[in-house]
Design a protein around this ligand. Sequence first.
Ligand code: ADP
Ligand code: MG
Length: 243
Amino acid sequence: MLQVEQLKKSFDGFQAISDANLLVPKGEVVAVIGPNGAGKSTLFNLITGHLQADSGHIRFQGKEITSMAPYKICHRGMARSFQLINIFSSLTVFENVQASVIAKHRLDQNFFRPAKKLFIEETLEILDSFELFDFKDRSCSALSYGDQKVLEIAIALGSKPELLLLDEPTAGMSSEETRRIVNLIKHLSREKGLTILLTEHDMELVFDVAQKIMVLHQGKTIAQGLPQDIRNDKSVQNAYLGE
Ligand code: ADP
Ligand code: MG
C-alpha cells in the first residue's frame, strides 16, 4: 500500500528525517513509534505532501507520490488526522463531515449532479457509524476533546480513503476515550478493510492494535517488523523502550 525509501528532510540545516524507510502492507495496522522529536509527525507530513522531501521516495499503491500536492494524494485514497486537532470549529459537526464528503465528490467530478449535491445521506451514515449522530447540529467547539478527535477521523473517512494516517490519535485522552479510539481503529481495520498507519506514544495500545511496527530514532528507521521482534530488538531497547 505504501513504501517509503531513504527519505530525508531538513529544516534550516537540522536533519529532522535522515533516513526513513517504511513498508505498509495492504490491510494492516502499522505503527510508527519513537521518542518525542524523533520525526514521526514530519514523516507523516512528507507522506501526505504537506512537506516536501529533500530526497528519497514515497510510493502509494505502486505510484510515486513524492512531492505531490496533498489534495492529489488525498484523491488517490489517502487521508489523515493531525496531532493537533484540525477541524472547522465554527461549523457544525454535520457540516465538517459534509465538507469532506463534498470535496471528495468534487475531486471525482460528481459534484454537479443536483440530486446528490449535498450528500446528506452519506454524511449522516458516517456520523452514525462514529457515534456522532446525536451531536450533528452542534457547533464543533461545543464538543469534548475526545469527540473532536473522533470527529477528525470521521472527516478523514469522508474522503473514502484506502490508507488512513493517524498522528497520535489518543494524545491527551482519558482511558475511556482511548478505549473508544482503539475500538474504532480495530473496527476500521477489520470491518472496513482500511489500511492504517499511526503514531502513538502509548506502547500498550501499539502492541494491542499494530500488526507491524517501525521504530524511528533521531529521524532514522532503526527497526521495523512484527511487534514481538521489535519488543526483543536490542537496538530498539537501547534507543527507546528502555528509556
Ligand atoms: P515527533 O512527531 O516524533 O515528536 P516531529 O516530526 O514533530 O517529531 O519533529 C522532529 C524534529 O524536527 C524536532 O526536533 C522538531 O523540533 C523539528 N521540526 C519539526 N517541524 C519543524 C519545522 N517546521 N521547522 C523546524 N524544525 C521542525
Ligand atoms: Mg508528533
